[in-house]
Design a protein around this ligand. Structure first.
Ligand SMILES: Nc1ncnc2c1ncn2[C@@H]1O[C@H](COP(=O)(O)OP(=O)(O)O)[C@@H](O)[C@H]1O
Ligand SMILES: [Mg+2]
Length: 377
């Protein structure tokens, strides 16, 4: 889906914004704190139903307001589409073409995005949770129905953990009565079935992704490199059901589920070195970009259309060579770039917007053709 217009009501810093978008490259330039990332976040929200920066829903609603609306108009397969999310305390409602969807997750798949952000270094440097989330986001982007499997699994983990916490200890042993034991059996069955499905989904995407990460790295770094990724299940080999059974006493003692896809690691090796602990900062940064770029390519290939590309202030972290290499490697499509400084030399956006915090203004001198005006209150 390509976007032609975005409306924000009471979303973060925006009381009321209507923003026309062009197909091609839009650049948004403005000082820190002017609301550039908020715009990227709103577009990301329509695609992923969550903040790409991990913010809770409540913080997306403008301070003092009790609900926020994010709406976008666009085109898919030659037909106009209007998508909308309304956020209020504890509830998210979605609409397509003014029809309320039964569940907000039914909106997944309408719009796809790839977000690059300065925080992406965490993909390589931080613990396994960020890499699992990266992979799961790709799974959902490729197959929106998989979101249900992932969220059902998360729910079962929470419920199993809640049960484990409630089992009392007597003389250093968990005192498990028959009813609780039977309930735990039920959770374990669901945990194992859903967990194996999550594992399968991740395996499949990772297998297709890794070769693209290698290619992307070479392109960005401008020299040969070998990238390998290992998916390491937290329970080793064998079935998850058997592992849960084996770990039951341990889980009861520790009052948490110690095995399952929520504990798995994805280890990435660059030229034989563990990227998280052994690669240089520059290599880690390039690898993080390569992971995102590879994800973007995978979705573009499989879906047959590149996701909306959102580059949030990434050039401040990159030298000119890598900035240029990144821009050159991206599949052409609709792209939004935000920056607090200047764009990489030679970049001429189709639409250049100057953000002052109070106002978003079209800079027609820096845009390709003249575009219509737009307003923000
Ligand atoms: N819920 C909210 N209501 C009002 N303002 C908010 C809200 N959440 C964040 N902000 C404000 O948004 C600003 C940051 O916007 P951001 O898009 O991150 O700026 P930047 O242009 O640097 O990317 C901050 O000044 C912050 O106070
Ligand atoms: Mg920002």
């Amino acid at each position: 889906m390509k976007l032609s217009r975005l409306w924000l009501n009471d979303f973060r810093t925006y009381t009321n914004l209507e923003l026309p978008l062009v197909d091609g490259l839009t650049a948004i330039v403005g000082p820190n704190g002017s609301g550039k990332t908020n715009l990227i976040e709103a577009m990301g929200l329509l695609a992923m139903l969550k903040s790409f920066r991990g913010a809770p829903t409540e913080s997306l609603i403008r301070k003092g307001a009790d609900r926020a609306v994010v709406r976008a108009e666009g085109e898919r397969d030659g037909r106009p589409v209007l998508i909308e999310l309304e956020l209020s305390q504890g509830r998210t409602r979605a609409q397509v073409n003014r029809q309320r969807l039964a569940r907000s997750r039914d909106l997944l798949g309408a719009l796809r995005v790839t977000v690059f952000a300065p925080d992406d270094l965490a993909l390589v440097k931080d613990g396994p949770a960020v890499r699992r989330e990266f992979l799961d986001d790709l799974v959902v982007s490729l197959q929106p129905s998989a979101d249900l499997v992932c969220s059902d699994f998360d729910r079962v983990v929470r419920q199993r953990n809640a049960l484990l916490k409630n089992v009392p200890m007597r003389n250093g042993r968990p005192a498990l009565d028959d009813t609780t034991s039977a309930t735990l059996d039920v959770w374990d069955q669901q945990f194992a079935a859903l967990g194996e499905q999550v594992l399968e989904l991740r395996y499949e995407v990772l297998a297709d992704l890794v070769p693209l990460v290698g290619e992307s790295y070479v392109q960005l770094a401008g020299r040969s490199a070998e990238v390998i990724a290992n998916y390491r299940a937290s329970w080793g080999n064998g079935s998850l059901a058997a592992a849960l059974d084996h770990e039951r006493l341990n889980d009861l003692r520790r009052k948490t589920s110690t095995v399952g896809p929520h504990r798995d690691e994805i280890s990435v090796y660059l030229n034989g070195f563990a990227s998280r602990t052994e690669a240089s900062q520059g290599e880690q940064r390039t690898l993080a970009l390569a992971l995102r770029l590879a994800g973007h390519r995978l979705v573009s290939e499989r879906i047959g259309e590149p996701p909306l590309l959102l580059l949030d202030d990434v050039f401040s972290e990159l030298d000119e060579t890598r900035s240029r290499a990144l821009l050159d490697s991206l599949v052409s499509g609709q792209t939004i770039i935000t920056t607090a400084s200047e764009l990489p030399p030679g970049t001429v956006p189709d639409q250049m917007l100057r953000h002052t915090g109070a106002e978003l203004r079209l800079d027609s001198a820096a845009s390709r053709p003249a575009r219509s005006m737009f307003a923000q209150e």
